[in-house]
Design a protein around this ligand. Structure first.
Ligand code: IPM
Ligand code: MN
Length: 355
């Protein structure tokens, strides 16, 4: 019996539906070739539904989503909705409630893509950030005191649990071992100032490191890492870090790999349901124009297949994407690709079938 994967699809806001459609096109092409099935169920969570019904994410949705093999997400964020409502109410809520404690973000410069860094090319930019995805400043711990008065106090605390840190660090060591590239794992922290949170991270990191004698453990402060990303990106293999630092450094990572048009990632619960997404936003100004770059969403679909155990198909999606970046795209930027959104999807699907 050929295997069929049950995928929940949340196209979301702005250009989310357009890029997701191209990702699905490529997924169907590769599934047809490899002989597995895809059973897709669409969910309309996002800004339009919220504006129409006032509902952000019904509690029942969380339970329903737990029954899928994976979730494929487009983008969340609507120009008519106050920032934070949808991001926290949909994206962060799903990450937290589905306990997707890893945010895996590969940073790889594909051939044919112009790199903003002088004298750097695909040989120099190929690393993966393992971002903790359920703790840190993102938990929402803290609050206001005397809000709106001259004596106002705002506190936002970073929560780091031994369990949360350890499972993330362990995942990163395992990932680095499986990746078999440079066998080097860098902890990105701020041990010189955040002497509680990153003390816990550092102790945990070096304790777990003892179980991985073949992996070189390395440390860099977060501010220095932003400098090395620009100056010596080839130093990095796998980086592990907390939620906030991971958020920040992966935007810089996206830029050195060519921009948000290509950056993809996975919100992973190794024991549960994971969710894959392009890491850029909903780009509402390009909505409906067939101009947005769908490659990030297509790459997210590839990462999803690898996670589901269809490694060969996942790799084929990446290879097909590389053929398109090398031979067809003028730029990764929306409207400057020299191709339409659907045109890019068609080409990747064609290459995937021919590989
Ligand atoms: C990301 C985004 C989110 C984050 C926002 C939209 C809540 O920036 O996926 O990196 O901060 O994690
Ligand atoms: Mn971000």
């Amino acid at each position: 019996m050929p295997k069929t994967y049950n995928i929940a699809v949340i196209p979301g806001d702005g250009t989310g539906p357009e890029v997701v459609a191209e990702g699905i096109k490529v997924l169907q092409a590769v599934a047809g070739k490899a002989g597995f099935g895809l059973d897709l169920t669409y969910f309309d969570f996002g800004g339009d539904r919220y504006l129409k019904t006032g509902e952000i994410l019904p509690d029942s949705a969380i339970e329903e989503l737990k029954r899928f093999d994976s979730i494929y997400l487009g983008a969340i964020g609507h120009p008519d909705v106050k920032p934070g409502i949808l991001e926290k109410g949909i994206l962060l809520r799903l990450r937290f409630e589905l306990d997707q404690y890893i945010n895996l973000r590969p940073v790889k410069l594909y051939p044919g893509i112009e790199c903003p860094l002088k004298d750097k090319g695909p040989d120099h930019i190929d690393f993966v950030v393992v971002r903790e995805n359920t703790e840190g400043i993102y938990t929402g711990a803290g609050g206001f005191f005397k809000k709106g008065t001259p004596d106002e106090v705002a506190v936002q605390e970073s929560i780091n649990t031994r369990k949360g840190v350890e499972r993330c660090v362990r995942y990163a060591f395992e990932y680095c071992k499986k990746r078999q590239k440079n066998n080097k794992l860098t902890l990105c922290g701020k041990t010189n100032v955040l002497t509680y949170a990153f003390d816990l991270w550092e102790r945990t990191f070096y304790e777990v490191a003892e179980e991985y004698p073949d992996i070189k453990s390395d440390y860099a402060h977060v501010d220095a890492i932003t400098m090395w990303f620009v100056k010596n990106p080839e130093w990095f293999d796998v980086i592990v870090t907390d939620n906030m630092f991971g958020d920040i450094i992966t935007d810089l990572g996206a830029m050195i790999q060519g921009g948000m048009g290509i950056a993809a990632g996975g919100n992973i619960n190794p024991e549960g349901v994971s969710m894959f997404e392009p890491i850029g936003g909903s780009a509402p100004k390009y909505k409906g124009k067939n101009m947005i770059n769908p490659l990030a969403a297509i790459c997210a679909a590839g990462i999803m297949l690898e996670h589901l155990g269809e490694e060969k198909s996942g790799r084929e999606i990446e290879q097909a994407v590389m053929k398109v970046t090398e031979n067809h795209l003028k730029s990764l930027a929306a409207g400057k690709m020299g191709l339409t959104t659907t045109g890019v999807g068609d080409l990747v699907a064609k290459y995937v079938t021919e590989l």
